[in-house]
Design a protein around this ligand. Structure first.
Ligand code: ATP
Ligand code: MG
Length: 400
């Protein structure tokens, strides 16, 4: 099976995703590919990134990269430059490791050009972050074809990786990919890797899992998660632009700050909420982000007249709140906000325009863990949406 995955890399595809159940050998094979590329092309540079630096260090660097480097090139022929988080090989090639979700890492790792960028566990990485990293695959080493590699346990079918690799559509616009032949994917499941797993792993750990978890982690299927927060959200609440109301009683927006900066705009009609626009960027200063919103007509009506409305901002944003047009502090009661939105869904008073691809990608995977805590991954549009809706419900500021 891993051999078949290797042949994908020779297929001419520029983007290669291995997805599937847990412990199926996805990370191992992609790390081995990087080691071979680094060894073969002297002076080349490769990046392995995941959401969090500490996870990249433990599960990729220490559990996979170092043991396989020892086996393939030998301890004497590489050095871990721990402070800078990269490995230098005897031939001058480098393998960098980092977290796209950690601000202090991002500028460091995205300050270089690479021949391979491997996104590990993309179910956790935003599409905006991946798109920013795309521009860094620009190193030129004669004979070396630059590649993007990806792996993940499957998420919901709304996830960007499912859209791009399986449905072959652009994740932000839902339009067909211009060059679908550049995207290849393959499923690897634990059964394919049985020879390298403890004999009881599948039978004792995966088989008894609850149905949806088992579908994902044993069978590699893209299904809705367990513990989904908005489990009342249904396909029929997604409206095409022509089905959306032409006018709203008033409009509010929500703004989340951070590396993944997001804004969600909602319209209100007699207590019903229509999510009608969203926008997000990665590693962008707040001021620039607000300028981009303005340039996209965020603060204008269809006829071009100015439309200023309250934008409820993450209260932890401090001075950044003033940099957002109409910015005021949001109510950040997470549980009450979620309950309010879930109740709107139950009463069929919640709708999302199909163009809001950021919201739609997160809503089906936004979940709680076993301890009933919200999983703080892929929640950027969810936070912005909650600020937009719940702050309005609480403060009741009406803006014509
Ligand atoms: N070719 C191989 N030879 C020996 N052991 C292997 C090989 N491929 C994978 N393994 C072992 O199988 C186990 C699972 O591999 P790996 O971590 O690559 O899987 P994964 O699909 O990335 O898992 P996860 O879904 O947990 O990220 C590891 O213990 C790894 O060392
Ligand atoms: Mg893995």
């Amino acid at each position: 099976m891993q051999r078949a995955a290797l042949s994908l890399l020779k297929s001419g595809a520029k983007h290669v995703l291995l997805f599937g159940g847990s412990r199926s050998g996805k990370t191992t094979i992609l790390v081995i590919v990087i080691i071979f590329r680094a060894a073969r092309y002297a002076g080349s540079r490769h990046l392995i990134c995941r959401l969090r630096t500490k996870d990249a260090r433990s599960s990729v660097l220490h559990e996979t990269l170092i043991p396989w480097l020892d086996k393939i090139v030998g301890k004497a022929r590489y050095k871990l430059v721990a402070h800078d988080n990269y490995i230098r090989l005897w031939n001058g090639s480098e393998v960098w490791i980092g977290g796209l979700g950690d601000k202090e890492q991002v500028d460091k790792i995205l300050g270089h050009e690479y021949n391979t960028i491997y996104f590990n566990e993309v179910s956790q990485i935003s599409y905006a972050a991946v798109n920013v990293a795309y521009s860094r695959l620009a190193m030129n080493i004669p004979g070396c074809r630059n590649l993007f590699l990806y792996d993940c346990n499957p998420a919901s079918p709304m996830h960007w990786a499912y859209k791009v690799f399986i449905r072959k559509i652009e994740a932000r616009t839902d339009t067909p990919l211009v060059k679908p032949e550049l995207y290849a994917s393959m499923v690897l499941n634990p059964a394919d890797n049985a020879e390298n797993l403890a004999s009881d792993y599948i039978e004792d750990i995966l088989d008894p899992m609850p149905e949806k978890q088992r579908a994902r982690f044993r069978d590699g299927l893209w299904v809705k998660a367990d513990g989904v927060v908005y489990d009342r959200f249904e396909e029929e609440m997604i409206l095409d632009p022509e089905e959306m109301p032409e006018r709203f009683d008033f409009v509010t927006a929500g703004q989340d700050f951070g590396l993944n900066i997001t804004n969600v705009k909602v319209g209100w009609i007699a207590g019903a909420v229509y999510v009608f626009a969203d926008y997000g960027a990665y590693n962008m200063p707040t001021r620039t982000f607000n300028e981009e919103l303005a340039a996209r007509g965020w603060y204008r009506n269809g006829d071009g007249s100015a439309n200023i409305f309250p934008t409820f901002c993450d209260p932890a944003g401090g001075e950044r709140i003033q940099e957002i047009t109409g910015g005021v502090k949001a109510n950040n009661s997470v549980d009450s906000g979620i309950d309010y939105i879930a109740a709107l869904m139950e009463k069929k008073r919640f709708f999302v325009c199909s163009t809001c691809t950021g919201v739609l990608q997160e809503i089906a995977d936004y979940a709680r863990d076993e301890a009933n805590e919200i999983v703080k991954v892929n929640d950027h549009y969810m936070d912005a949406m909650r600020y937009a809706i719940f702050s309005q419900a609480q403060y009741g500021v009406v803006c014509a």
